[in-house]
Design a binder for this molecule. Structure first.
Ligand code: ZN
Length: 380
């Protein structure tokens, strides 16, 4: 039976009403809770008008010492949670909602927030991976700068978020700023401290990795257990280098993404689930899907499939809009990590503009510039 993945495991329904400073304080406490649970120390809240709290989320990349969801950042989870629950919980329109985060969003999360139609504000800037630099959210495609300036902010700089709070809770501006500085320090400590924990998990993963000779045969045995939306490539397709453009076009139909190992062998395919949430494109689906399969195969067979850092992504079309570029390329940064070591480009596509992708990537935060061979078109 196909299994539905839990893509919002760090979210819990919440309630109450907060002031501006109350929101910053509460999200700091959530970030510290995330740190204690052993994952990245980041938290977020979903807030409506008048400071009404609807939900809170902790980062859920790591759970019980295992990497369970490379896309498990708080803001991405809250956006998906919103689209799963908006009808049942009668949630307001996204334009009436604010995501409050302890840490400046990464490109994937910024893409999720903007594509979902939300606004966001963060307690502290993140130098290596955040979209802000010196107070402006410009580490993204230039076409998005204006919308990002209007909808993504920092407590210390922008005031666009204040309209969400009828009670400001701020009596003296200087008092507010010094309290905010203290909270920013705690949020920074929560993320810095957690990076050490997460490094241990990642090292353990790669030490325990056992190369299984025939991954394809192993996955065939496992086919009935695959997460919903994940398929296996046809058994006669051995490597992408040997395949015709027609075969690959069929493989990648309807926006599907294929994960290819370091030898060019197609491993799994993911369908888009954008009918459920606008940010569930097949790139995010395949990231979560592969990590979930890798964990399940280990539980069932006691062997680890190769680490995702040895894999590449194959799509029919390169992202064609700046927003899709932000979301898809941003999620790959979180999935494939800086240890990327495939001989193929990290992101390969059959059609679309490589120059366009490179131009967008050149504005991304420093963690992305580590990928020298980020994208390439397979057929020119
Ligand atoms: Zn993120």
């Amino acid at each position: 039976m196909e299994r539905v993945q839990n893509i919002t495991r760090g979210v819990r329904v919440s309630e109450g009403q907060v002031t501006v400073i109350g929101a910053a304080e509460r999200v700091t406490i959530v970030a510290e809770r995330a740190l204690k649970s052993g994952t990245f120390g980041v938290g977020a809240l979903l807030i409506g008008r008048n400071g009404r709290v609807f939900a809170e989320a902790i980062n859920s990349v790591i759970q019980n010492g295992i990497r369970v969801d490379p896309t498990g950042h708080c803001e991405r989870q809250l956006v998906d949670w919103y689209f799963q629950n908006r009808a049942e919980l009668k949630l307001p329109h996204p334009s009436e909602l604010l995501i409050v985060s302890s840490l400046d969003p990464c490109n994937m999360c910024a893409g999720s927030i903007l594509k979902g139609g939300f606004s966001a504000v963060a307690v502290v800037e993140e130098k290596r991976g955040g979209v802000h630099r010196d107070g402006v959210p410009h580490r993204m495609p230039r076409e998005l700068w204006e919308i990002a300036e209007n909808r993504l902010g920092l407590f210390s700089i922008h005031s666009h978020y204040e309209e969400f709070f009828s009670i400001s809770g701020v009596s003296h501006k200087s008092e507010y700023l010094s309290f905010l500085d203290a909270l920013a320090l705690r949020c920074k400590e929560a993320i810095d401290e957690s990076v050490k924990n997460v490094d241990l998990v990642v090292r353990k993963e790669s030490e325990e990795q056992i190369q299984k000779k025939d991954i394809k045969a192993l996955l065939r045995e496992f086919e009935k257990e695959l997460p919903l939306g994940i398929e296996l490539p046809p058994s006669d397709l051995n490597t992408i280098s040997g395949a015709s453009k027609q075969m690959l076009t069929e493989l990648l139909r309807d926006g599907r993404t294929c994960l290819v190992d370091g030898e060019g062998v197609p491993i799994i395919i993911a369908r888009s689930a954008e009918d459920l949430s606008p940010i569930r494109n097949s790139v995010l689906e395949i990231s979560r899907g592969y990590v979930s399969i890798r964990n399940s195969v280990y539980d069932n067979y006691g062997v680890f499939l190769p680490s995702h850092t040895t894999m590449s992504i194959l799509k029919h079309m390169a992202p064609s809009t700046p927003l899709d570029g932000l979301l898809q390329l941003g999620s790959l940064g979180n999935f494939l990590g800086i240890e990327f070591k495939s001989k193929f480009a990290l992101f390969t596509f059959l059609e679309g503009s490589e120059d366009q992708v490179r131009q967008w990537m050149s504005l991304f935060p420093p963690i992305y510039t580590d990928y020298e061979r980020f994208s390439a078109s397979l057929f020119r």
